[in-house]
Write a protein that binds this ligand. Structure first.
Ligand code: MG
Length: 248
């Protein structure tokens, strides 16, 4: 009997562990020594960690090239107002060339076990956002990365545009002002909210799960916050410390 109880305890621990998966935020860059976020090196580091996925940010240059960068600016240049050739002249702080989405997807394709969490950044107009979205999806299809990719955005327009163009693609919303019911009725697949949103709305994780939505939270860099969300059964955590949270 004792053995059975012990066995069940071990099994339930294994199941619990399988429930919360880790996503590296802008790659895994808080290494020793640190590298640059959203660099090819940070993606390669995430691949070596054997975690669920690695997130990165997609923007569009003035001349329509898709690039990987979190901020609106690269150095002092505003990405949406600058041609790629000018942007490319400035290297990343780790010495890499300024990465395009194509460069990034090529590196991502080297390890099919790591999901690519594609954040499409809001743009200045609906037209620009729709162009950025259509171009991103086209490249994902051309590189045959459909089943390895998932999508997130702060723009509800971009989230809905992805679902309109590719209904089977997985899309999670980032901004946090919509309830799980509202996300469901918008036809999206999940919520990826800042952890403070889940602290303010302690029923949302269980409500989302009951509706069959994906649950994810950013950017969880403290073990205590991770433990709290895990206790509520969150599906995914996006973090700058994937090395410390994996297998926890
Ligand atoms: Mg991001």
């Amino acid at each position: 009997m004792k053995k059975i109880i012990l066995g069940l305890a071990v099994l339930s621990t294994v199941v619990m562990k399988a429930q919360t998966q880790i996503i590296a935020h802008r790659g895994y860059w808080q290494t020793q020594p640190a590298t640059t976020e959203n660099s090819l090196k940070s993606l390669e580091n995430a691949q070596n960690l054997k975690i669920y996925g690695s997130e990165f940010d997609v923007r569009m240059t003035k001349d329509g090239v898709l690039v990987i960068n979190h901020d609106e600016h690269h150095g002092k240049m505003e990405i949406s107002e600058t041609d790629f050739k000018e942007l490319e002249a400035l290297k990343l702080s780790n010495g890499e060339k300024f990465p395009t989405l194509k460069d990034y997807l090529k590196q991502g394709k080297k390890d099919k076990s790591l999901k690519l969490i594609v954040e499409i950044k809001p743009d200045k107009t609906k037209e620009k956002e729709d162009e950025l979205t259509a171009k991103t999806l086209k490249m994902i299809r051309e590189m045959k990365l459909e089943s390895q990719s998932e999508f997130i955005s702060f723009s509800l327009n971009i989230c809905k545009e992805i679902k309109r163009l590719e209904p089977t693609f997985k899309v999670q919303y980032l901004r946090g002002e919509l309830s799980p019911e509202q996300i469901k009725s918008e036809g999206l697949d999940g919520i990826d909210y800042h952890y403070s949103i889940f602290q303010k709305n302690p029923t949302w994780i269980s409500e989302a799960k009951a509706l069959g939505l994906v649950t994810n939270s950013w950017t969880v860099n403290e073990v205590g916050v991770y433990d709290e969300l895990k206790k509520q059964g969150i599906g995914f955590i996006t973090t700058n410390i994937p090395d410390q949270l994996k297998g926890k």
